[in-house]
Design a protein around this ligand. Structure first.
Ligand code: NAD
Length: 356
């Protein structure tokens, strides 16, 4: 049956990079990929046209699709809007409405780009980690939360870290399943020595580990995990962790690679529906100049093929094509180094299409 992809370019460079990803999907369509693409509005662009950053039409389109390809949202133009209609609300609304609880953030450093990292090339060259972050629970959503005034007149801010067993086991299960398609190792990151909530996290993940004995499970406290990511990141295969720890560790891991324009991401729900997007934002500083790196978005298409469309071989074709254009020395400005050939957004997209 024809699978449906909702294409939501969004704002800023979102428009430019998604156009290149669409070129790639069209090549695969011509080679037999049975998908239909439908475009929708999201973010500031949607606000300008409809008064909402997430119009009902877009939400319906996303819900009825097998996968969503998103560019990015946000920009200077909309910064003064009321928070309830800011572009970012479009993104958060999609995550919440689709119940995208599992955020997959690979940190991959192509050997050709080892010099882009601030770490020594031998520490990071060939790095390939998958961080699985819980996305819809934990301290970012826990109640009660707020700022209150105490009897002595002093103000106090408070948030609640809360996870129930089913929230923990469903994210851990995603991590085990992904590890099975990679190198069969999962490191669960918590702070079980201090936080009861993550003591439960460790217990639930350990129990699930027994049912997944083909996967090597280890546990690490988050402070050590941060240190190990910078010291010897290649020791990790899949890391699974809470919303807040994942937020911080995945940014740290992304920066090990030094190239924000190269990293894709996926957010999945229990039905296997997913939203796929580059980890970077709408980059208003370079929008409209045809200089943004489209590879993170193109690699997000590869993740979509693998995790929502069950087309692993096509995913691999895209990844190999990206590898090839890097081997050819083609670089957008963000990953340019001396001796390489600088190309524009559309030239990079064309090169990937040719390599396919
Ligand atoms: P950003 O990721 O947009 O940009 C950070 C820096 O990286 C900029 O210098 C930018 O030019 C560069 N950069 C980003 N993507 C690039 C690419 N593909 N190629 C080359 N260079 C690239 O982050 P920011 O500047 O903090 O935020 C800009 C806007 O994006 C804000 O409105 C923010 O809210 C929004 N944002 C959206 C998302 C999202 O849609 N998922 C994520 C982060 C930020």
């Amino acid at each position: 049956m024809t699978k449906k992809i909702a294409v939501l370019p969004g704002d800023g460079i979102g428009q430019e990079i998604v156009a290149e990803a669409v070129k790639v999907i069209k090549v695969l369509q011509a080679d037999g990929l049975d998908v239909e693409m439908n475009e929708g509005l999201v973010g500031g662009t949607a606000y300008d046209e409809t008064g909402s950053p997430l119009p009902q039409e877009t939400l319906t389109l996303a819900k009825e699709s097998d996968a969503v390809l998103l560019g990015a949202v946000g920009g200077y133009k909309w910064e003064s809007l009321d928070i309830s209609v800011r572009p970012e609300k479009g993104l958060l609304g999609l995550r919440a409405e689709l119940d995208l609880f599992a955020n997959l953030r690979p940190a991959i450093l192509y050997p050709q780009l080892a010099d882009a990292s601030t770490l020594k090339a031998d520490v990071v060259s060939g790095l390939d980690i998958m961080i699985v972050r819980e996305l819809t629970g934990g301290i970012y959503f826990g109640q009660p939360r707020g700022v209150r005034t105490l009897d002595n007149g002093e103000r106090e801010g408070y948030n609640t870290l809360v996870y129930n067993e089913s929230e923990i086991s469903r994210i851990a299960k995603v991590a085990f399943d992904i590890a099975r398609k990679r190198n069969s190792r999962v490191c669960s990151v918590d702070k079980a020595n201090v936080l009861e909530c993550t003591e439960l996290w460790r217990e639930v993940v350990s129990d699930l580990g027994k049912e997944n004995s083909d996967i090597e499970l280890s546990h690490m406290y988050v402070d050590n995990a941060a240190m190990q990511l910078v010291r010897a990141p290649k020791q990790f295969d899949v890391m699974v962790t809470t919303n807040m720890f994942g937020d911080i560790l995945s940014d740290c891991a992304a920066m090990l690679t030094g190239s924000i324009g190269m990293l894709p991401s996926a957010s999945l729900n229990a039905k296997g529906q997913g939203m796929y997007e580059p980890i970077h934002g709408s980059a208003p500083d370079i929008a409209g100049q045809n200089v943004a790196n489209p590879l993170a978005t193109i690699l997000s298409v590869a993740m979509m093929l693998r995790y929502s469309l069950d087309e692993a071989a096509m995913a691999e074709r895209i990844e190999k094509a990206v590898d090839k254009v890097l081997d050819q020395g083609l670089r957008t400005a963000d990953i340019y180094s001396e001796g390489m050939k600088e190309v524009s957004t559309s030239e990079m997209g064309d090169a990937v299409v040719a390599a396919l």
